[in-house]
Design a protein. Structure first.
Length: 402
């Protein structure tokens, strides 16, 4: 077993069971990509078993802090079974859910989502890549499913020195039989949504916003919003939620034509009148400015933008972008209207996001009350040892009447 030894004082985070070991913390030692190494303090004290990644700034990721633990197929099987059992503790009203959430489930770099009878996995670190076949078999055994699609095409793979990889890992039959379809329909709360696991964002859909979509539907049901604006609408999850809640009309904006086509299809799939919707293939900022110039207003606005700040190094530039779209949204809201605003950037903390939204309100010349704080659905857990797992944060802000 190969060993890496840390520099003096660099063991503190591991003693708190944080799973990441950065390259600057290592005094000596190394291994092949994905190989399990023993991690020791500068004084030779055992700290963890970890997977080694020679190309990444995160040079190693801890598997276990138990010196007696063997990192083998049985270990991985047990972690996968435990993660899936954990999901049974949550009230998830959908057949689309996250089964494995990386470090939060003790499997650094592994993301697994279930869409109906199909699993979709992302292998985003060298350690899980090395154990890919073992993990694939364990997932099928633990779920009783037969279909597993790989979406290891995230940019972070390049930081690990790994090429992109997509396609069916399990479930393809021999003899020239056609491949299973990649377009899937899932049930979420009281509605249905279609997605494509081959071309959709992430693993195909944003499952982390499941509870927020339901919460918006509840607000719409209570407030009966006449006019809703859904910015960065993607395939229309919030649009469907708004219509399900009784919103009068929903304007949905995205810069992806294919995503908008699927959003229209999702509206039709749930039996809603298309005349209650407007879909715009356009830039969100430019569209909101045009609405302001035209004197148009909305009773509720959803801001669910893409990741502006993947790391803290991008936070300053991202803060300006978040502030701009929230300032425009405040200007478009009627007095008493509600803003559902989100950041999925890991580099933007919940505290910083609050300050950004507050600053946007000041610049817009409005006052707002935060009525709720929102986060990712519970199948995307944040553990006490890994606060970086809290990447999605949201605020519901009510614009005070004049």
């Amino acid at each position: 077993m190969k060993t890496i030894r840390l520099r003096e004082g660099k063991e503190r985070s591991l003693l708190r069971r944080h799973p990441w070991i950065f390259d600057s913390a290592i005094a000596r030692g190394g291994a092949d990509a994905g190989e399990t190494v023993k991690v020791e303090s500068s004084g030779g004290q055992f700290l963890a078993w970890a997977s080694f990644s020679p190309s990444s700034k995160i040079r190693a990721r801890a598997w276990s802090f138990d010196e007696s633990q063997r990192i083998d197929a049985a270990f991985l099987n047990a972690l996968i079974e435990r993660a899936i059992r954990t999901r049974t503790c949550f009230d998830i009203r959908s057949d689309g859910l996250r089964l494995i959430h990386g470090e939060s489930d003790g499997l650094p770099g592994l993301i697994v989502d279930r869409y109906a009878d199909t699993l979709v996995a992302q292998f985003l670190a060298a350690g899980v890549e090395r154990w890919k076949d073992v993990i694939a078999d364990a997932l099928l055994r633990a779920t009783g499913l037969t279909l597993l699609y790989e979406r290891s095409d995230a940019q972070v793979r390049a930081l690990e020195g790994l090429p992109e990889a997509t396609g069916w890992l399990r479930g393809i039959r021999t003899g020239g039989a056609p491949a299973p379809p990649t377009e899937i329909t899932i049930r979420e709360h009281d509605w249905r949504l279609t997605l494509d696991i081959d071309t959709g964002h992430k693993t195909g859909f944003y499952l982390d916003q499941r509870d927020s979509r339901q919460r918006f539907a509840e607000h719409a049901r209570h407030r009966r919003f006449p006019r809703v604006l859904n910015c960065y609408c993607y395939t229309g999850g919030f649009t469907v939620a708004a219509l399900a809640g009784g919103a009068g009309h929903v304007t949905s904006i995205d810069s992806s034509g294919p995503a908008l086509e699927r959003a229209r299809a999702n509206v039709a799939l749930n039996g809603f009148d298309a005349s209650r919707t407007t879909f715009m293939d356009a830039d969100v900022n430019a569209s909101m400015r045009a609405f302001i110039e035209a004197g148009q207003t909305f009773d509720a606005i959803i801001l669910d933008p893409p990741k502006f700040a993947p790391t803290a190094a991008h936070a300053e530039r991202a803060a300006r972008a978040y502030k701009d779209i929230n300032r425009l949204a405040f200007k478009l809201l009627v007095p008493g209207g509600e803003l559902f605003t989100y950041s999925c950037s890991g580099g933007i903390s919940a505290d910083l996001f609050h300050k950004i939204v507050a600053s946007a309100g000041i610049d817009a010349g409005v006052e707002g009350c935060i009525s709720e704080r929102l986060q990712g659905a519970p199948d995307h857990p944040m553990t006490i040892h890994f606060p970086e797992g809290e990447y999605l944060k949201g605020l519901v802000v009510v614009k005070k009447p004049a």
